[in-house]
Design a protein around this ligand. Sequence first.
Ligand code: GLC
Length: 593
Amino acid sequence: MNWTYWTRGIANGAAGLLLGALTLTAAGQGAPPATASHANAQDWWKNAVLYEIYPRSFQDSNGDGVGDLKGISQRMDYLKDLGVDAIWLTPVYPSPQADFGYDISDYENIDPKYGTLADFDQLIAAANKRHIRVIMDMVMNHTSDEHKWFQQSRASRENPYRDWYMWRDGKGETATDPGQPPNNWQSAFGHSAWQWDEKTRQYYYHKFYVRQPDLNWDNPKVHEAFKEIVRFWLKRGVAGFRFDAITTLFEDPKLADEGAVKDKDGKPLMNAFGEPVLDNSKTDNLPGVHPVMQEMRGVFDEFGSGGFPGTRLLIGETYVPNIVELAKQYGPPGKPEFHLPMDTQLAFINKLDVAAFRGKLVDVETQIGAHTPLLLFDNHDNPRMDARYGDGVHDTEIERALAAVLFASRGASLFYYGDEIGMKTTPPARKEDVKDPVGVTGWPKEKGRDGERTPMQWDVRPNAGFTDQFSKPWLPVPADARAANVEVEKMNPNSLFAWYQRLIRLKKTNPALALGDETMLDTTNSRVLSWKRTAAGSPSVVVSVNFTAEPQTVNLGAAGKLRTLLKSPGGADASALDQIVLAPFGVFIGEVQ
Ligand code: GLC
């Protein structure tokens, strides 16, 4: 199985980084602001536009160089103007920040770096006032080593919390020697997933960083604790959660070794940490996770679906190897699990391959039943789109093309802060500048995730308006920020920002694009991806996206006149289905008359 927890560690056909005048028709121009018009409280999420915020990097309000909750609240009008339905905040709970919040030491509070519970309540109020929902991140695979549960657990073998984590004996241990770890399992952050703890003379398991010990999900007390935590926040008005690293909740109880992944010549594939890539068969996507998700979904459903925020949404970070496994994440009939497990299959194709895109889009139309796909291309764990899809010449056009796939396909759409202004991956140049533990361990082959976490580029001021000019941002502001920022892009009707805004409005207001069925068109074309959206009682919409650097002309059928809804800058209007002319990486969206 050529797959690891994140895609970044494998050769997926992508660039080296992996290892390492908007033209509008009358219809588009004066489109009403994005509303939830096509989704009632119960179904709001089915064509939701979701925006991921990495709070450290969005907006600093107090000059400490780290983004915070007040900063996000200050930018709420921007988010409203962009047209998003919900924001997902990566973890803001108290944390030693060893993995920048994914190592939680208290699940029912806010880290002082980001603010207070009162600031959080104000953030929800500011968002809700603008009809924006707030989604939190929930990390249930592991806690911080500073969490009181783990402090107890490591105190003695008899401690009541001992069994909340995964403690095991090593191999060949003697009174003076810890011996070897129980098996060959590796941390996603490099090296053995087992850490010797001298005090009680056993190893604990950590799928991620050594400071993120895995919880034991065979212990019912762990289930109860998390159900209470989830209720705590849902009661506060949170509209849902993104469950982190959820496929890694369970491990093989026999602790069998994992197999090594081979390259095409039969040699073991090596990762950036200098170790063989393992197949994750004993530590990821084990079936035990499904009953737990059914139990958790029950907690969400306790809150009903009326009023605002309506249905409480369960989103999954679901890196699974294929559509069959993705389909399972929705739960079997009558036993729902995730509303929206992320479609990482589409997200990380990592090359502009029309057939591959078409195949993945057909998969979610044909193999997940009546469920809703959650499409995305970007997040805080992978190099940004420029590094995975760009060609260095047409990056903006390519990002426009991907945005068209993201927003004009059926489903909910998720994007990452800065995508809308084409922020670029900016990895650290020197080891001493690296902040992410993945980069600290993997340097120089694996530079870590700092490159996709740089401060939001708001305006032309020093530090791009992320923090004041006297402060030092926690990660450097990229050099291109003076040219590529919100202020500049908002003034330009041809900007990527304007393109995102138009696409989002179309998705929310055009009935066929909002919730219509989807059919692929011109399915043998290897240069242009085309599809049709149809909804009863309203005109169908066709979308064509050129995946090449040359102009292309497509014929989507003889009968049918077209009216342009949206086209790339420099693109031509099309009035008939049999003659759609596309600029390099151009997009055309038209209504069939
Ligand atoms: C998820 C998060 C990632 C984090 C890891 C461990 O994959 O997205 O940022 O490091 O889980 O919590």
